[in-house]
Write a protein that binds this ligand. Structure first.
Ligand SMILES: [Zn+2]
Length: 397
């Protein structure tokens, strides 16, 4: 009997040790809110100042989204990550690349693009959010143009430019990537820029932005602080924060990781966008359904990232793939809900019982599913036998 008791005590101690070793990520996944319904949001970046065919693409997207409805009759929602200016090529070339001049989204030549955005917003299918005044840092581009003829040509283009064709490192707004590795920008410059771009956003959309998504997902504490001062209280993330471009031009200097519902130092609510759906890169419709199904099991929303280039470069095929993907998602999770990131963030902040699961057994089941993603934990749980009580917990609901 004493031997058995001793063995039992040793096993319990071992399990406690494993749980303690992974306490951080385990507790974070327990505290992360569990959604009561599957949620799908299409997150689409780069819209705004830029090529004029966007107007037609946006109109077709709005029509498509209105055809797809959840059980409550609400149409599918697509966020528009908005860019508020592109270079004024003629004026920049006239200055011999010593001065930067911009064409803003408020310019009359973008009237059709603005109208298409507004029509989709009025129809409840577009939710605009701040992507940035521009998809670059202007001084960085001018510096890069001094040594890179391709950047100079891009800057001088007579038609509103597509930022997708810039070298990737230069598409990051919140670092100086004119030389690699990138350098941080002065806090005061960031603050000034955010004040200006939130005002520019309000001039077009009639209200300040509340949700922001950094270009190329590179941003910093200083950016979040500036965003907070301008009223942005929801930040879209890929689950980690890269703060620089490394020597190879890749996102680096990751200084934080986050789960949906966690707060930034400046007090914003983070949301995680971690499903990638780019039809022109060969992503099939089923990817959207699979992403939604997995996140529903994890009690999380499925925020699916896509970009305007899909709908400009191969509009017919990309629209067909998106529609098929949304229909596949509906077939896989018939009780899916379409809401905006802002509504999702508010539901999480308020712990709204209509959206957030409170029942202990359901939360335990979801927690066990989430543990699968913790590196090395699943292996340690198997080796130690901890997997047995966890499996029991996971089945309990
Ligand atoms: Zn972008």
């Amino acid at each position: 009997m004493t031997v058995l008791a001793l063995l039992l005590a040793m096993v319990l101690l071992l399990w406690a040790g494993v749980l303690l070793a992974f306490a951080g990520p385990l507790v974070a996944r327990w505290r992360e809110p569990v959604l009561r319904h599957p949620v799908l949001i299409i997150e689409s970046d780069d819209w705004g100042a830029g090529p004029l065919p966007q107007a037609d693409a946006l109109a077709r997207l709005a029509a498509l989204l209105q055809r797809i409805r959840d059980r409550n009759g609400r149409p599918a929602v697509m966020t528009l990550g908005v860019v508020l200016e592109v270079p004024d090529g003629a004026r920049i070339a006239a200055s011999r690349f010593t001065e930067y001049h911009a064409l803003t989204l408020a310019d009359e030549r973008f009237e059709t693009v603005r109208a298409a955005m507004q029509a989709g917003i009025a129809a409840g299918v577009f939710a605009p959010q701040l992507h940035g005044q521009c998809h670059y840092w202007p001084a960085t581009l001018l510096a890069a143009a001094q040594k890179d003829i391709a950047v100079r040509d891009w800057l001088a283009a007579p038609e509103p430019a597509a930022t997708e064709t810039l070298p990737s490192a230069l598409q990051s707004r919140w670092v100086d990537a004119s030389d690699l590795p990138s350098r941080t920008l002065p806090d005061a410059s960031i603050e000034q820029a955010v004040v200006a771009e939130t005002a520019a956003y309000r001039a077009v959309f009639g209200r300040l932005p509340q949700v922001a998504v950094a270009t190329t997902f590179i941003w910093s504490d200083a950016v979040e602080t500036a965003w907070a001062q301008s009223g942005i209280d929801v930040v879209i993330t890929p689950g980690r924060r890269a703060t620089c471009r490394d020597a190879a031009g890749q996102p680096g200097c990751v200084d934080a990781s986050m789960l949906s519902g966690e707060r930034s130092r400046a007090g914003q609510t983070y949301l995680v966008r971690d499903v990638y759906f780019e039809p022109t890169l060969g992503h099939a419709p089923q990817r959207l359904a699979d992403g939604l199904k997995m996140r529903a099991r994890q009690g999380r929303a499925c925020l699916a990232e896509t970009h305007r280039f899909n709908f400009l470069q191969a509009a017919d095929a990309s629209l067909a793939t998106l529609e098929a993907g949304l229909n596949a998602a509906l077939a896989t999770c018939p009780n899916v809900r379409f809401i905006t990131p802002l509504e999702l963030a508010r539901a999480i902040e308020k712990r709204d019982p209509a959206w957030i699961e409170n029942r202990l057994r359901h939360r335990l089941t979801v927690w066990c599913v989430r543990l699968d993603e913790v590196p090395r934990f699943r292996r340690m749980a198997r080796l130690s036998g901890l997997v047995l009580p966890l499996a029991w917990l996971g089945r309990a609901a």
